[in-house]
Design a protein around this ligand. Structure first.
Ligand code: AMP
Ligand code: ZN
Length: 471
């Protein structure tokens, strides 16, 4: 491994491979599966976007230009992998009393806000599933023409046994599935077949449905990512990423339908981030009645960048266990790091000594070794403790390292860390203001809003309720 090389673990080969671009290519075509916008993203979801941001920043650090696409899944998926169950968007709409289009807009906006607060770089392109229905239909038609589909009474399905490599990516045991316990397949021919297009029910109008060559309906879960990634990046991607939960079904299906449609490899590298857990369980959604969101962390007084630092302390391919104690220690580490780096901000350094350059080499080696972020953080700490290099050299190295770590170490920190009492006071004022507003005491509610503003707190009346944040 040299300092110029970046190695990435490719799920397809289960090996760390040197990342290079194909001959003649000038940029990395990278696609990341985006959020389903029926609810807030939880901090587990956000760990995956943080890892993808680390990947993108690392590639840029190693001199690659990256074209990064993230999709917004705003078409309702069915809540199970078996193409049945309830529609997540319709469930979200019912919960909030809004239309599916309103909740999609609201939660997509909220997601963009979260990633901005985490200092995740915005992708080169955002794309929405509902803006790409035509492309999804065209892809299904192509598969139909090539004989990879069949029709049942509720939709058009992909015939997975017609793609002999179907099991390879996730190392599935197809023979076991064939001989295994009989599961109820309905009209599906085989357990791994999946819906490409679902027909709308005859007795009910769906909140989202479109005309298609097969009648009124909506796309299946997986087709949108194939259609959008190929529309924006071409038929073969350089990197496709997402959480490890997507390996078995979603990404396996994306590969099958894309490769059957084009006859070309779908992605050269597959990079997957491991789950954030709570109490060592994959179930992340609720914690003592609270949804674990970035807003909740902020309301408890944590800086979003402390969550970013927390996620960098473990390798992206390892489970990371969330606890409030771990968050507190991440916040303390961030405060300590800032204390050590704030006084260096703004120092200019034209020439950096060979000794100082050595730290840069070490940092590059850590990142180049499949994004070893905890190793890279270790290099940052050792460099800051090195008394043989000049402050202005440290300033230059912080800037360089932070282009990958994204901890905003070269920016002046404006916010104080807030005490629990202060947060409790804010929450009670927000509640009082809500009550005043509900009972139409507008003078009182304006007074409380101004009092909160004086404390540095902004209130937002959103469709999903009142949220507050630091100014
Ligand atoms: P979703 O909005 O459910 O499609 O999920 C968005 C992303 O978050 C996907 O890439 C998932 O793989 C990922 N994800 C879901 N749960 C977790 C978790 N607990 N930890 C890390 N990533 C997760
Ligand atoms: Zn996807």
């Amino acid at each position: 491994m040299t300092k110029k090389d970046i190695y990435l673990y490719n799920t397809a080969s289960r090996l760390k491979e040197l990342f290079t671009l194909p001959q003649g290519a000038s940029e990395v075509k990278m696609y990341a599966c985006g959020p389903t916008v029926y609810h807030y993203a939880h901090i587990g979801n956000l760990r995956t976007y943080l890892f993808e941001d680390l990947l993108r920043r690392s590639l840029e650090y190693f001199g690659f230009k990256v074209r990064h696409v993230i999709n917004i899944t705003d078409v309702g998926h069915l809540t199970s992998d078996q193409d049945d169950g309830e529609d997540k968007m319709e469930v979200g709409a019912e919960r909030t009393g809004k239309t599916v289009w309103e909740i999609a807009d609201f939660y997509a906006g909220k997601f963009k806000e979260d990633i901005e607060h985490l200092n995740i770089l915005p992708p080169t392109t955002w794309c929405k599933a509902t803006d790409h229905i035509k492309e999804q239909i065209a892809l299904i038609e192509k598969l139909e023409e090539k004989g990879f589909t069949y029709r049942t009474s509720d939709g058009i399905y992909f015939d997975s046994l017609k793609f002999p490599q179907y099991a390879d990516f996730a190392r599935l045991d197809i023979a076991g599935l064939k001989s295994g316990a009989r599961i109820d397949l309905g009209e599906k021919k085989f357990a791994t077949d999946f819906a490409l297009w679902k027909f709308s029910p005859k007795d009910r109008k769906r909140a989202m449905e479109w005309e298609s060559p097969w009648g009124l309906g909506f796309p299946g879960w997986h087709i949108e990512c194939s259609a959008m990634s190929m529309t924006h990046l071409g038929e073969t991607l350089d990197i496709h990423c997402g959480g490890t939960d997507h390996i078995r079904v979603h990404h396996t299906n994306e590969i099958a339908q894309s490769e059957c449609a084009t006859g070309k490899p779908f992605s050269r590298f597959w990079v997957h981030g491991e789950f954030l857990r709570e109490n060592n369980s994959d179930k992340m959604s609720k914690s003592s009645g609270d949804f674990l969101t970035l807003d909740l962390l902020k309301q408890k007084g944590f800086d979003p960048i402390a969550y970013r630092l927390f996620s960098l302390t473990s390798h992206y391919r390892n489970y990371l266990n969330f606890s409030w104690e771990a968050m507190e220690s991440a916040q303390e580490s961030l405060n300590a790091l800032r204390k050590k780096t704030q006084y260096l901000i703004g120092m200019e350094c034209e020439n950096i000594s060979l000794d100082a350059r050595e730290w840069s080499v070490k940092f590059r080696q850590s990142i180049g070794d499949d994004l070893n972020s905890s190793g890279a953080l270790g290099v940052l700490h050792l460099m800051l403790a090195d008394s043989s290099i000049l402050d202005k050299e440290k300033a230059a190295l912080i800037k360089e390292f932070d282009s990958v770590l994204g901890l905003r170490l070269s920016e002046v920190v404006k916010k104080e860390i807030h005490s629990e009492e202060e947060i409790a006071k804010i929450e009670s004022l927000v509640k009082e203001r809500d009550e005043a507003r509900l009972s139409k005491k507008f003078t009182e509610s304006d007074r409380l809003r101004d009092a909160l503003l004086d404390m540095g707190v902004v209130i937002k009346d959103s469709k999903a309720g009142t949220v507050w944040e630091w100014k």
